[in-house]
Design a protein around this ligand. Structure first.
Ligand SMILES: NC(=O)c1ccc[n+]([C@@H]2O[C@H](COP(=O)([O-])OP(=O)(O)OC[C@H]3O[C@@H](n4cnc5c(N)ncnc54)[C@H](O)[C@@H]3O)[C@@H](O)[C@H]2O)c1
Ligand SMILES: O=P(O)(O)OC[C@@H](O)[C@@H](O)[C@H](O)[C@H](O)CO
Length: 368
C-alpha cells in the first residue's frame, strides 16, 4: 500500500508518517524543503523518539521524498499509485497543495480507491482542500475518492536533533477521522473513526489549541520562551484555566460533553503542556497570529459565542489583547498584523480581520 504525505515537517514525520508506517504503508513525503527531501531519499528512514522517561524509539523505514517544486513527473506517478494522500502543511497552504494534486488525479486508473485527508488545525480542513481541488479540475475525477475530514492531536515541537529527519514527539496522540466520508474497507489502525467529527475537532481546537495560544501569548508577555517554562508560573496556569473554563461552556452547550468529561480532558491536557521531556517554543505555538485571530479559529469563535449568549468571556477577551501584543518578528503574520495595526489601529484590525462587532470591540479596547 502506498501513501503520499504533503509536508514532511514536525507532525508529518512525527505523527502521520508513523501511523501510516505502522499500518504497512510505503510513504512518499512531498515537500518543498530540499534538505529534508534529500535526506529522506538518502536514508530511506528516520526515527521517532517519544518524549517521556525511558521513552521508546521507533524506526520509520520505507520512506522517500519528492520535491514538489521540481519533481512533477515523480509526483504524478506517486499520486497515480497512492492509496492514501495526507497533508500537514498548514491550512493556508492547502490551495497550493490542491493545485499540485489536482492535475494528477485525472490520470489515476479508474476503480482504484483513494482517500485524501487534510491533517491541519482547522475545522473541516479536508472540505477546504476538496473545494480547492474541485475549483481546479471539477469533480469528475472524484468517483473513487473519499475526502474525510479529520482532527489530529500530538504535540510535536520544532526539532533540534543531530539527524534532521529524527523527530521527538509527546507520548499522547489522537487522530479522529470522519467515518462516512472514508472510501473503502481498509481503515487505519490507531485511528478513531467517528460519524460526526465536529465535536472532536472543536473540542481539540478550543481546548488544546486555545490553551496553547493562552500559554504562548500570555507567557511571552511575562518574558518566557518555552511552554514548559511558562507552565511553571502559577499566574500562567490560572490564566490558562480561566480561558479553558470559558471554552468549556462553548463545548458543553454545543455538544454532548459533560462538565466532568471536559474537566478531565483539560487536566490531561495541562499535564501534556507540563511534560518536562518536551521543549516547545512559545514562538512556534503562537505563530500564525492572523490565522489564530480569524473568526472561525480557536480564540474568536468561542469568544463571539460566549458574548452573544451572555456568558462570561473576560479571559478570552484578555487573550485577544495578549495576541495583539505577541512579539515574534520571525512570524510573517505578526509583521503583517503589526503593519495593519500601526496604519489603521487595533480596533479597525479586529473589526475587519476578526469580524468583531462594536460592543465586543469596546470591551477589548478597554483592556488594551
Ligand atoms: N506540530 C504540532 O504539534 C501539530 C499538531 C497537530 C496539528 N498540526 C498541524 O499540522 C500542520 C503542520 O504543522 P507542523 O508543526 O508539522 O509544521 P512544520 O512547519 O513542521 O511542517 C510543515 C511542512 O510543510 C512544508 N510545506 C510548506 N509549503 C509547502 C508546499 N507548498 N508544498 C509542500 N510542502 C510544503 C514545509 O516545508 C514543512 O516541512 C499545521 O496545520 C499544524 O497546525 C501541528
Ligand atoms: O499548529 P498551530 O499553529 O495551529 O497551533 C500551534 C499548536 O497549538 C499546535 O501545533 C499543537 O501543538 C497541536 O495542535 C497539538 O496537537
Amino acid at each position: 500500500m502506498k501513501a503520499v504525505h504533503f509536508g514532511a515537517g514536525n507532525i508529518g514525520r512525527g505523527f502521520i508518517g508513523k501511523v501510516l508506517h505502522d499500518n504497512g504503508y510505503e510513504i512518499t513525503f512531498a515537500d518543498v524543503n530540499e534538505e529534508i527531501i534529500d535526506a529522506l531519499n538518502r536514508d530511506g528512514k528516520y526515527t521517532v523518539h517519544i518524549a517521556e522517561e525511558n521513552g521508546g524509539v521507533y524506526e520509520i523505514s520505507g520512506v522517500a521524498g519528492i520535491n514538489t517544486a521540481k519533481d512533477a513527473e515523480d509526483l504524478a506517478q506517486a499520486i497515480a499509485e497512492a492509496d492514501i494522500i495526507t497533508t500537514a502543511v498548514g491550512v493556508n497552504i492547502l490551495p497550493i497543495i490542491a493545485k499540485t494534486i489536482a492535475p494528477h488525479l485525472e490520470k489515476r486508473s479508474e476503480g482504484k480507491l483513494l482517500n485524501i485527508i487534510a491533517c491541519e488545525n482547522a475545522v473541516l480542513a479536508t472540505d477546504t482542500l476538496k473545494a480547492a481541488i474541485a475549483a481546479e479540475v471539477g469533480t469528475h475525477a472524484f468517483t473513487n475518492i473519499g475526502f474525510p475530514n479529520s482532527a489530529v492531536d500530538r504535540i510535536v515541537p520544532m526539532q533540534k536533533n543531530e539527524n534532521i529527519l529524527d523527530v521527538k514527539v509527546e507520548p499522547f496522540y489522537e487522530w479522529v477521522i470522519e467515518a462516512d466520508n472514508w472510501m473503502g474497507d481498509d481503515k487505519l489502525d490507531g485511528v478513531n473513526y467517528v460519524p460526526d467529527l465536529m465535536p472532536y475537532i472543536e473540542r481539540k481546537l478550543f481546548t488544546v489549541n486555545t490553551g496553547h495560544a493562552a500559554i504562548a501569548y500570555y507567557g511571552k508577555t511575562l518574558g518566557y520562551t518555552s511552554v514548559s517554562e511558562a507552565m511553571q508560573d502559577d499566574e500562567v496556569v490560572v490564566f490558562l484555566r480561566n480561558v479553558l473554563n470559558e471554552t468549556t461552556l462553548y463545548l458543553t452547550e454545543n455538544y454532548d460533553f459533560t462538565q466532568a468529561e471536559q474537566s478531565q480532558y483539560i487536566d490531561k491536557i495541562i499535564g501534556r503542556f507540563k511534560n518536562p521531556y518536551l521543549s516547545d517554543d512559545l514562538d512556534r505555538v503562537g505563530r500564525g497570529v492572523l490565522r489564530k485571530l480569524g473568526p472561525n479559529d480557536r480564540i474568536i469563535k468561542p469568544l463571539v459565542y460566549l458574548h452573544e449568549n451572555g456568558h462570561d468571556h473576560d479571559a478570552l477577551s484578555e487573550l485577544v489583547v495578549h495576541a495583539l501584543k505577541f512579539d515574534n518578528e520571525d512570524d510573517p503574520e505578526q509583521v503583517e498584523m503589526n503593519q495593519i495595526i500601526s496604519g489603521k489601529g487595533m480596533t479597525h484590525f479586529l473589526s475587519e480581520h476578526s469580524d468583531l462587532e462594536k460592543e465586543l470591540l469596546e470591551e477589548i479596547e478597554a483592556k488594551i
